[in-house]
Design a protein around this ligand. Structure first.
Ligand code: RM4
Ligand code: MN
Ligand code: MN
Length: 400
């Protein structure tokens, strides 16, 4: 008997519909981020790796390798202007030739020197205009790429009390986003991401899910909140935020990553796999379709493509475990107030070794049973290192 047969038999004995679980798992779709394949660093140094993609076309090639191995990563989120090209049709064609589509478009409003004091909240109307125009330009870019979402994160905030007027900044933010929302093409949605701190250290303009939700409610129903796992205070119950936003029908999606201290952007599920499982329990237990699931990570010292492949595998396993929660037993325990039986229903699913199940589903998708081993055996990393060559080290930030 194989490991899979053993597991499937045990799950069936426990009353699980294994076919339904496998179908749900096979339908999982993760967007990987173009910026997660390029070099990134801390503010101290960026260590460039051999084989780093030299442009967005090569970033898509790496994303295609992730999808080939996992079967679950058919979309790639892009960041502009990092991924800007003259010929957007060629970029779209490059993606579809590799079995990929373009995921969310992420406007970049945090690197231009004009944005030192903010972008759409900047005290100077000229800078706000420039920032809003970039957002409007990204609507057009998304249309040409066949993308259906704008994923907005603003580095806007202040470093010192008194630096700017908190209410004034809020009004400017709403004015700019109102203009963008009014121009939003029908097939696109607006995802509004929040972050507690960094780069601003006193007051971030969209610091938490409540501030983001209020904005979305003012804008309209195609504006929803995006939850980045690294953007909360320590100890925040992220799965509860997920539950509440879901109930309001305002959960737009995720930026998956993991952290120990701040916005560390480590591999999702690497530090706190139980939290990831609990988030997927909220998603799997809801009758709504899964929201947009995107990885947002910065691989500073680890092998890039392998890091992304492992991230997708971790997401598959977290979702598989969440699909194995015995919902009837859970509801019954909760109804009779049996605290530890309810908790036990979650633990039982969490402790299941779902790797044989995930391997079977991946095989069915013509992906690798063991994606990380498959990547290592393929020689892909050595091949791109050879083709793309090495480049010099740079200090700090993103090295593209
Ligand atoms: C931010 C935030 C954004 C991401 C940038 C690179 O902390 O997570 O989503 O685009 O980093
Ligand atoms: Mn993010
Ligand atoms: Mn972040």
């Amino acid at each position: 008997m194989t490991d899979y047969d053993h597991l499937a038999a045990r799950l069936r004995d426990g009353g699980h519909d294994v076919d339904a679980v496998e179908q749900a798992l096979a339908a999982l779709e993760i967007e990987t981020p173009s910026w997660g394949y390029g070099d990134s660093g801390t503010r101290f140094a960026t260590f460039q790796q051999p084989g780093r993609p030299r442009d967005v076309f090569e970033r898509l090639d790496d994303a295609a390798e992730t999808h080939r191995l996992t079967g679950t990563a058919p979309a790639v989120a892009l960041h502009f202007p990092w991924d800007a090209v003259d010929d957007l049709a060629a970029l779209r064609g490059h993606a579809s030739e590799r079995g990929l589509r373009i995921g969310a478009v992420n406007p970049n409003l945090f690197q231009d020197p004009d944005y030192k004091l903010g972008s759409i909240t900047h005290p100077d109307a000229r800078v706000r205009r420039k920032a809003t125009d970039h957002l409007l330009e990204c609507l057009q870019i998304a249309t040409e790429l066949g993308s259906t979402a704008q994923s907005l994160w603003f580095a806007d905030g202040t470093n010192y009390p008194g630096q700017d007027d908190l209410v004034g900044r809020r009004r400017r933010l709403l004015e700019a986003l109102g203009e963008v929302y009014a121009a939003l093409p029908g097939e696109q949605e607006l995802l509004v991401e929040y972050k507690l701190f960094e780069p601003a250290f006193y007051a971030t303009d969209l610091a938490d899910w409540g501030s983001a939700l209020l904005v979305c409610q003012k804008l309209g129903e195609r504006a929803r909140v995006l939850v980045d796992l690294g953007h909360h205070a320590q100890g925040t119950n992220v799965e509860q935020i997920v539950a509440l936003l879901g109930e309001e029908d305002r959960l737009g999606g995720f930026h998956f990553n993991n952290r120990k201290y701040a916005d560390d952007d480590l591999i999702v599920g690497s530090v706190n796999p139980f939290e990831l499982f609990l988030i997927f329990c909220e998603l799997a237990g809801s009758d709504r379709p899964l929201p947009r699931l995107t990885i947002d990570q910065a691989h500073n010292v680890e092998a890039k493509v392998e890091a992304m492949v492992l991230s997708v595998v971790n997401l598959q396993e977290a979702y598989a475990k969440a699909l194995l929660v015995d919902r009837e037993a859970l509801a019954a325990a909760q109804a009779r107030g049996d605290v530890l039986a309810g908790h036990g229903a979650l633990l039982d699913a969490y402790r299941t070794d779902v790797r044989p199940l995930c391997a079977k589903v991946r095989a069915g998708l013509r992906a690798a049973e063991d994606p990380v081993a498959g990547l290592r055996a393929s020689g892909y990393a050595a091949r791109i290192a050879e083709e793309r060559g090495a480049t010099a080290a740079v200090a700090g930030g993103w090295g593209r």
